[in-house]
Design a protein around this ligand. Sequence first.
Ligand code: HEM
Length: 445
Amino acid sequence: MAIISTIGDLLEFFGVTYRQVLFGGIVIYGTTVTFYRLFLSPLRSIPGSLLSHLSISHMRIMTALGKLPDMCEDDYYKYGDIFITAPDIVTISNPADCRKVLSSYTFVKNKFYESLRLVDETLFTTSDPDLNSTRRRQIGPAFTQGALQKMEPTIMECGIIALKRKWDRLIGENGGVAKINYSLEFQLVTYDVISVLGYGHRFSALEKGETTIVNWVENYSLLALFKAVIPSVTEFPMSLLCRPLLKSYKEYVDFTDATAEHRREQIRQGQKVPNDLLQALVDGEDPESKAKMTPSQVTAENIDILAAAINTTTHTMTWTLHYLMLYPECYRKAVDEVRSVFAPDHLIGYSEGRSQLPYVEACIYESMRIHAATGIFLPRVVPPGGVTFQGHFIPAGLSVGVNIAGMNHHQSLWKDSKRFMPERFIENPDLKQQVMTFSTGVRIC
Ligand code: HEM
């Protein structure tokens, strides 16, 4: 009380109110920060919009609107190899600079990834190099060519065969023509494939429109995004605001826990189990330390893998088909290639497709290059000592965002970079190594 009355007396002495002091404080703080960012910050001479120099809100708004990838691409064309995206985030697009950042664990993932974590630390969200490399050794075998080949019949059955069956039925029912939302259909078929591999459970999202898993994953991703913006969103009282999301999250985690437990029980009873992702996670063992994952880690990884796989795969298929629609001459060439190599009713497997359909493969590369599905902007922390890119020093502790779109459109590598030209990969197959859609280095997809 004594202090309050003293402050009150002081304000009265100077003839100002609390409100005026508060307002004045905000103005002084704002002016100091603005002055620092524009005239003193070590990043002040890096190109970029005034808004990006002054505040992170621009980047947050673009992220929330799903426009960050477009912004990264546009800003590359506007500013070139290096530009500011937020007061403490520098975006780089020069392939050599980007490779330097991604090639080792020196530049670790920044806090954004941690904030996406809901169940447990995972391969994707961790910034700890030891945990990441252990997890890669535990899970890696699931993604080898041999392991994927064993999963191929399931992928075919729940994927292309199911899709063809449905589209043929729709065409038959509609007198030879059907209107199809291929983006949605690709999304549903991807859910079916990934969830049968990750849960051993067929949801039939494509055939029966059963969208339980779709809702779980979408709600989970939304909750993770909210948590990245408001970290306390899962705690009381903030949790009251997103009760439906938290309810859905709990159901999803319980279901994931239960499927892994069911699989462990099947193994204990000596039953025959499928060669799928779930099995790889349950079995996953680090050959060096012999460490296996705990049940909570298996659940967290399974949920993250599903989230990492769905939209990326869906967008890649959608954009590839979309470009083929936009460029009918490329579509014709792709169809002619398929027809000249395989009989009309032949079900094309992965290996034969890759080895015998170079033009179709080039179309997929070109679509992934022009429009990388996701992960356009990969933020990493500058290590002690700082780093210099394109003549600009970036101090330790700040973030550099690796601009996948910038690399995939880089003028030094890609002629007529906005144009869909699969032929570039036929003329120079080495260019495939320069497509950075899956990232590169130690945290490559
Ligand atoms: C066309 C499809 C895909 C694209 C374009 C893609 C792209 C990427 C990119 C750019 C990263 C790096 C992210 C970063 O460093 O922030 C990444 C990481 C990752 N992706 Fe994919 N991805 C695709 C499909 C998949 C699939 C099908 C799975 C699993 C079944 C998967 C699982 C992962 C995982 C676990 C990571 C984290 C790796 C780590 O941090 O060490 N992705 N992906």
